[in-house]
Every structure is written in structure tokens, then in C-alpha cells.
Design a protein around this ligand. Sequence first.
Ligand code: ZN
Length: 140
Amino acid sequence: MPRPPKYRRVEFEPRITYFKPAGIPKCKLQELTLNVEELEAIRLKDKEGLEQEECAERMHVSRPTFQRILMSAREKIADAIVEGKAIRIEGGNYRLATETVQCAACQYEFEIPLGCGYRQRFVKCPKCDKVIENINFCKP
Ligand SMILES: [Zn+2]
């Protein structure tokens, strides 16, 4: 029996998913694909500056697996910048992280995506329709 795929936990869903070098005609453009968990590894380690141990925990993977995802991401980005290739961000085995929110009016609990990319400030309770404001989607 094939093993079920393991989903990596991702807190950030990118809105910008294509990067391309300026001044290169489309027919000469080479493209590579960075998947969403590779971007997440770069974000946690190189942008947020977290320790590898913490990055691995946040993504629900082992440390060696995190290291492998990170190295793959860095190699692709280096390749793109040095060789002038376009980067398409898509795919991968990931699940967007969610957090539980409780409606103050009716006490109903529901899940919302963490997705720092959206920077939403409010969400509607699916049960009573009351707007719940000031949700901090970006946990430190
Ligand atoms: Zn409610």
C-alpha cells in the first residue's frame, strides 16, 4: 500500500506567485517552480530568522526534512537569480494552518486560516453572522 502523503503545515499562502527577470523575451525565459512549503521554509528561516528546530516544529516535519526543504528552496532561488530564470510558486504537499476562533456573541467555535498574506482584520461568525473584529492572524 502506498503511504499517504504527509502534509506540511504552512502559515503563509503567497499572493504573488510569479517572479520574472526584466528585459528577457518570453521565448528565451527559463522557468522553475518553487513549491509552497519551500517558500514557507525560506520565510521561517531566512526572513523570520527562526532556529531550525522551531521552523521544523512549525511545519510539522522532522529537522532533517526541514533542512532538505530549505536547501532545495535556496538552490532554486540561487539558480533563478544567477541564471536569470523566472520563479513560479505553486504546488507541494501542504495544508494551510488554521486557528480556532470563538464568537463572543454565540460562543460558536470555528476554524479560520492563519494566512498572514491576507492581513484580514475581521471575520464573520458562520452561525450568527456577527462580525468578529481585531483578530490577530499573524501569531508571533
Ligand atoms: Zn456567533
